[in-house]
Design a protein around this ligand. Structure first.
Ligand code: APR
Length: 233
């Protein structure tokens, strides 16, 4: 039985990391176009890096929560289990998940605009803004996907393949508004998966979900886990 967990910012909310939309969301306080677009970066790389490093510091002080940990437990118990995440915080990996597909990149990875080097840079605060490439001294950017940028093709293809072949597709903590990632629950549904949504609010996915757990991620994952154990699917 193949199980996929498609996650968004809401799964990290209980770890103290703000979501993007809804009350207290990042896009309420900050301007997307200034901080999460290539244009915004090239207009003011120092400003964008200070914002990302503030998020990196908050993430470094956060812990994976019960929802992340239950997903990692299910991967250990059921084996054919994948995480397809829109999140860049690496909390799934820190909780012990191994098969993790990062659709929007990773806030701990950097990419050099000069020589193209890609590597992990875990220091926060960073030594300077913008940070410089350790290989060539060129300017680094966060290795994340900004609005208007393509998603990593290999990750997208693998995610499509997993969605098409899942028996259970669990959608957790996403507003399901940002494409192409948001297409995945519909792909899973179309290919016969049981779609489960875990979210305290309704989203466009709610109307196609077979099971809706209108709860926070941790409580919803506990309920999902007991349903799985009871072979409810
Ligand atoms: N548990 C579960 N879900 C929660 C919780 C919680 N404790 N708190 C909030 N949520 C839900 C909200 O109801 C909302 O549906 O999480 C969702 C968060 O939605 P967004 O903030 O839009 O985050 P996400 O769906 O991941 O955004 C997608 O948009 O800005 C880009 O690249 C960014 O990857 C991000 C993408």
């Amino acid at each position: 039985m193949r199980i996929a967990f498609f996650t968004g910012a809401g799964i990290s909310a209980e770890s103290g990391i703000p979501t993007f939309r809804g009350k207290g969301g990042l896009w309420e306080k900050f301007k997307v176009e200034e901080l999460a677009t290539p244009e915004g970066f090239f207009r003011d790389p120092e400003r964008v890096w200070r914002w990302y490093d503030m998020r990196r510091k908050a993430i470094s002080e956060a812990q994976p929560n019960k929802a992340h940990r239950l997903i990692a437990l299910i991967e250990r118990e059921y084996r054919d289990v994948w995480v397809i995440t829109q999140n860049v915080d690496m909390l799934h990996q820190r909780a012990g998940s191994e098969k993790v597909l990062e659709l929007h990149g990773n806030i701990w990875r950097v990419r050099c605009l000069g020589c193209g080097a890609v590597y992990y840079e875990f220091r926060t605060p960073l030594p300077e803004y913008p940070p410089k490439c350790r290989e060539c001294g060129g300017m680094l950017r966060p290795d994340v996907v900004w609005f208007g940028e393509p998603l990593p093709v290999d990750v997208l293809q693998k995610s499509w393949e997993i969605a098409r072949s899942s028996d259970i597709f669990v959608v957790i903590g996403t507003s399901a508004l940002v494409y192409p990632a948001a297409q995945l629950p519909y792909v899973a549904k179309e290919y016969g998966a049981k779609v489960v949504e875990i979210n305290p609010e309704s989203t466009p996915v709610s109307s196609v979900a077979d099971v809706v757990l209108r709860k926070k991620a941790s409580e919803g994952m506990e309920e999902f886990y007991s349903m799985l154990k009871a072979q409810a699917f």
